[in-house]
Design a protein around this ligand. Structure first.
Ligand code: NAI
Length: 318
């Protein structure tokens, strides 16, 4: 891989590229020879209204700097139109960055159906629609890069963001399946959880922290994941303030039970310390449902389970 990774002849579609992180990606790919589709609905960060201005300004910036770009103003819920724009203008699509996003933060107690639905529509359905439209093109040309955008809120949960957390972790599962289905066709899919100063974070983070979180510092990771010689797929990455790291699932060694009449809640209680133990035995790092299936064979040989010493006050309840 060369130090100056370029994207000449490649078409990069970036949703929500009229501001924040998407704009930083668009300017980067524009400066590295790519044909860029700058999609943006031009809504508020709560998803209200629309305007062509945000996308137009970024397209102008790219063109002024000598790059190639076209605008698209559709909402990602009509992602097929965004991919159509790419095909019409440049004949194909090679890299898809699902970045568009909004917030409807509110405590779970007060969350309305509309707060839930709109967030799932933009983040999850939006990524589905764009990817679904790009997929046959990727398969045919035996090349594609999908970069989805999750969030620490999705990975760990975040107060007031039950709707957003659910959608963002949904994008992790979506990415991991795309990686598995795309592998044979040269399609790589990864997901990032960025941390950056933008209109989305400017009201919830203190000024001094925001100054350490430039959107441009997410660009190197995205550029790397989009590059033609990259082999990484199905990865989950956190990035921000110059820090880049990979996450993976960790499973405790756990406990294996004989599945007979002795497999009761009290048997769980008896071995609870083993079930939640990440320290004394090396944990596992599963990467697919098959990792679980191998356990089933060994379960057949086990002796009946010990019953836990149930505390008197809960004895009747287990
Ligand atoms: P931003 O608000 O600056 O940019 C999002 C862009 O998406 C806006 O230009 C908006 O007009 C556009 N957009 C919204 N709904 C759209 C729709 N239906 N169709 C097309 N475009 C639409 O926010 P930011 O921070 O740049 O966020 C980019 C992505 O990164 C989002 O998915 C966000 O959830 C995610 N993210 C950002 C974090 C941060 O620290 N800034 C943290 C974690 C995740």
């Amino acid at each position: 891989m060369t130090r100056d990774m370029r994207f000449d002849g490649q078409t990069v579609v970036i949703t929500g590229a009229g501001g924040g992180l998407g704009r930083a990606y668009a300017l980067f790919f524009g400066s590295r020879g790519a044909n860029v589709v700058v999609n943006d609905l031009g809504s508020t960060s709560k998803g209200e209204g629309h305007s062509s201005k945000a996308a137009d300004i970024v397209v102008e910036e790219i063109k002024k700097a000598g790059g190639k770009a076209v605008a698209n103003y559709d909402s990602v819920e009509f992602g097929d139109r965004i991919i159509e724009t790419a095909i019409k203008a440049f004949g194909s699509v090679h890299v898809l960055i699902n970045n568009a996003g909004i917030l409807r933060d509110i405590s779970f107690k007060n969350m309305k159906d509309a707060d839930w639905d709109l967030i799932q529509l933009v983040h999850l359905k939006g990524a589905f629609k764009t990817t679904k439209a790009a997929w046959p093109v990727f398969r045919k040309q035996k090349f594609g890069r999908v970069i989805n955008t999750a969030s620490a809120a999705g990975l760990y949960g975040s107060f007031g963001q039950a709707n957003y957390s659910a959608a963002k972790l949904g994008l992790v599962g979506f990415t991991e399946t795309l990686a598995k289905e795309g592998a044979k066709y040269g399609i790589l899919a990864n997901v990032i959880a960025p941390m950056a100063a933008s209109r989305m974070t400017q009201t919830i983070m203190p000024e001094d922290l925001l100054s350490m979180l430039q959107p441009e510092w997410i660009v190197p990771l995205v550029g790397y994941l989009a590059y033609k010689d990259t082999e990484e797929t199905g990865g989950i990455f956190e990035a921000g303030a110059g820090f880049v790291s990979k996450l993976r699932w960790e499973r405790s060694q756990g406990a294996l039970f004989k599945t007979d009449d002795s497999f009761t809640p009290a048997a769980i209680l008896a071995r609870w310390a083993e079930i939640v133990d990440f320290e004394s035995k090396t944990p596992q790092y599963p990467s697919g449902p098959n990792d679980f299936m191998s356990l089933l064979e060994s379960a057949r040989e086990l002796p009946s389970n010990k019953q836990g010493d149930v505390p008197v006050d809960v004895k009747d309840k287990v």
